[in-house]
Design a protein around this ligand. Structure first.
Ligand SMILES: C[S@@+](CC[C@H](N)C(=O)[O-])C[C@H]1O[C@@H](n2cnc3c(N)ncnc32)[C@H](O)[C@@H]1O
Length: 260
């Protein structure tokens, strides 16, 4: 059922996708070229990608209970680090995209829900003068992410441990504005909407939020359809694997379907 949903969503996405010729807004035209289609900064991440390679060849078995949507890739809690790395980390192309979005928006305060082994957090932490606050609940993932952060001496990453359902509202007691948020945990309808509601109250005027895995399941598809129409959202881009939401009131409710 899930596979059928993903396949039909992919075909629909492919049919709906437009290219630069359909973009009339100067902001989105520039965003398309400078962020979505750009391949700059690649050499910046070679060391992080070497760390991914090490994780992809680590056959140690760890115990992982799904805190959010059940992973279709595993039948039990005993899982190899290599298979978790292969199935749950954002691929290099998407990590680089998240970095470019946050850099383009000059993000200073970045929130990531779902640290896993910290690969995307490391990409985001490369943005100058940024602070990355990343949330994770699985003790094994926390340990691996912490050792990766120590290895890279990244002092601008704060890892918040525990279930996001509790840790996120606690953290948001702090009224500091968020420039860039990546929702990449608990891929279910209600938690996704709830996390959006909590975070949206703290987004900066020109803040950007990325929702990962928007066609992971029917319930994620439903969440995405509702979020892009939310009153606080003034622009959206559907890239199939993820969706980008813009909070800048000047964008005048424009919505695009693009391929990456
Ligand atoms: C898809 S992975 C994140 C990948 C990471 N952002 C990256 O790109 O490398 C999702 C992570 O969210 C964590 N997670 C899911 N639901 C959670 C919850 N309710 N509280 C805390 N962590 C959660 C899982 O343990 C998992 O490590």
């Amino acid at each position: 059922m899930q596979n059928y949903f993903r396949a039909t969503s992919y075909i629909n996405h492919w049919l709906d996708a437009v290219d630069e010729h359909s973009i009339h807004s100067p902001f989105f035209y520039e965003f398309y070229h400078q962020v979505i289609k750009s391949t700059s900064d690649r050499d910046h991440f070679l060391e992080i990608e070497k760390t991914r390679e090490v994780l992809l060849s680590n056959e140690t078995v760890v115990s992982v209970k799904d805190l959010g949507a059940k992973s279709p890739h595993f039948k039990s809690d005993g899982r190899t680090i290599s298979k978790i790395a292969a199935t749950s980390l954002s691929p290099e192309k998407h990590c680089a995209l998240f970095y470019r979005i946050a850099k383009y928006t000059e993000a200073k305060r970045i929130v990531e829900l779902g640290t896993s082994m910290g690969i995307t957090s490391l990409y985001l932490s490369k943005i100058e003068r940024s602070k990355v606050i990343t949330f994770e609940g699985n003790p094994w993932m926390i340990n691996i992410a912490k050792s990766n952060f120590e290895y890279f001496h990244q002092k601008n990453i704060q890892l918040i441990e525990g279930n996001i359902n509790q840790t996120l509202p606690d953290h948001l007691q702090n009224p500091v504005k968020i420039d860039f948020a990546l929702l990449d945990a608990n891929h279910r309808y209600e938690p996704t909407l709830q996390y959006f509601e909590w975070l949206s109250k703290r987004m900066a005027d020109r803040g950007v939020m990325v929702i990962d895995d928007i066609y992971y399941s029917e319930e994620m598809g439903k969440a995405w359809r509702e979020l892009k129409k939310h009153d606080l959202v003034y622009g959206s881009i559907d890239l199939y694997r993820c969706g980008i939401l813009f909070f800048d009131i000047r964008l005048n409710k424009q919505h695009f379907v693009w391929s990456l």
